[in-house]
Design a protein around this ligand. Structure first.
Ligand code: GRF
Length: 215
C-alpha cells in the first residue's frame, strides 16, 4: 500500500495535528505525515512537530506582497516534499481559488460546527447564543467557498445548561480529534467517492463518530 504523503497546515496550537500524527503512526493507516507547514513561524504546533522529528516548514505570509505569492511559495515547498494530500488543521489564512483548485479533491478542512450551520468564526459563542441543543464538528473537502464543500465526517455533541464557549469548545474538540483521523483515513484510502456535494461510500470504522456521543 502506498501511503499518501500528507501535509498538515497549521497556524497555532496544533491539537488536531497531534491527533493526525498519532493516527498516521498506526499500522495500515493510508496516509503518512510528510510535512507540517505553518504560516506563523512561532506556531506552537510547529515546535512540537519539529521535536517529534517531522519535516516542518514555515512560510510567513507577512513577507509576501499578496496571497498568490504566498501560496506559490507554499506550493513550491509542497512540491519539494512530493506532497499528495493536505489537511488544514486550524490554518487561519483564506486560500485563493487558484490554490484550492490545484488541490481539488485532495484537501480536507476541519470546522468546529455542524456545517452548514455556523460557518466562520466564534462558532461556540454563536451556538450558545442561539440556544441550540446539538453542536459539533465537520471534516469536509475544501472548495473555493469558505466552510463549504463535500462533508466526509461529522460528530455531534449535546449543549448543556451550564456550558460556556470554553466548555462547549472543549467537548467539540475531543470529537474533532476523533473524526479528523477517521476522515483522513476514508479520503486517503479511496474508500469514499464525491458525487456533487455528497461524499458516498463512507462506512465508518468508528460508528460513534456519526452519532451523538455520551458527554
Ligand atoms: C479547531 O477547533 C479547528 O476546528 C479550527 O481551529 C481549531 C484549531 O485547533 N479550524 P488546533 O490548532 O487543532 O488545536
Amino acid at each position: 500500500m502506498r501511503r499518501l504523503r500528507t501535509a498538515i497546515f497549521i497556524s497555532g496550537r496544533g491539537s488536531n495535528m497531534d491527533a493526525l500524527i498519532a493516527a498516521a503512526r498506526e499500522k495500515d493507516f493510508p496516509a503518512e505525515i510528510a510535512l507540517v507547514m505553518s504560516n506563523r513561524p512561532e506556531a506552537e504546533g510547529l515546535v512540537r512537530a519539529k521535536a517529534m522529528g517531522l519535516a516542518t516548514a514555515a512560510v510567513d505570509h507577512k513577507i509576501y506582497a499578496g496571497r498568490e505569492e504566498f501560496e506559490r511559495s507554499m506550493q513550491q515547498v509542497l512540491e519539494t516534499y512530493r506532497i499528495d494530500f493536505i489537511c488544514l488543521a486550524g490554518f487561519l489564512r483564506l486560500l485563493t481559488p487558484w490554490f484550492i483548485n490545484l488541490w481539488s479533491g485532495r484537501m480536507l478542512n476541519i470546522h468546529p460546527a455542524l456545517l452548514p450551520s455556523y460557518r466562520g468564526l466564534h462558532t461556540h459563542e454563536r451556538a450558545l447564543a442561539d440556544g441550540v441543543k446539538i453542536h459539533g464538528c465537520t471534516v469536509h473537502f475544501v472548495v473555493p467557498q469558505m466552510d463549504e464543500g463535500p462533508i466526509v465526517a461529522q460528530a455531534a455533541v449535546p449543549v448543556l445548561d451550564d456550558d460556556t464557549p470554553e466548555s462547549l469548545g472543549a467537548r467539540v474538540l475531543r470529537q474533532e480529534h476523533r473524526i479528523y483521523p477517521l476522515a483522513l483515513r476514508l479520503a486517503a484510502s479511496g474508500a469514499v467517492r464525491v458525487e456533487g456535494n455528497r461524499v458516498l461510500g463512507a462506512v465508518p470504522t468508528d460508528p460513534g463518530a456519526m452519532t451523538v456521543p455520551a458527554v
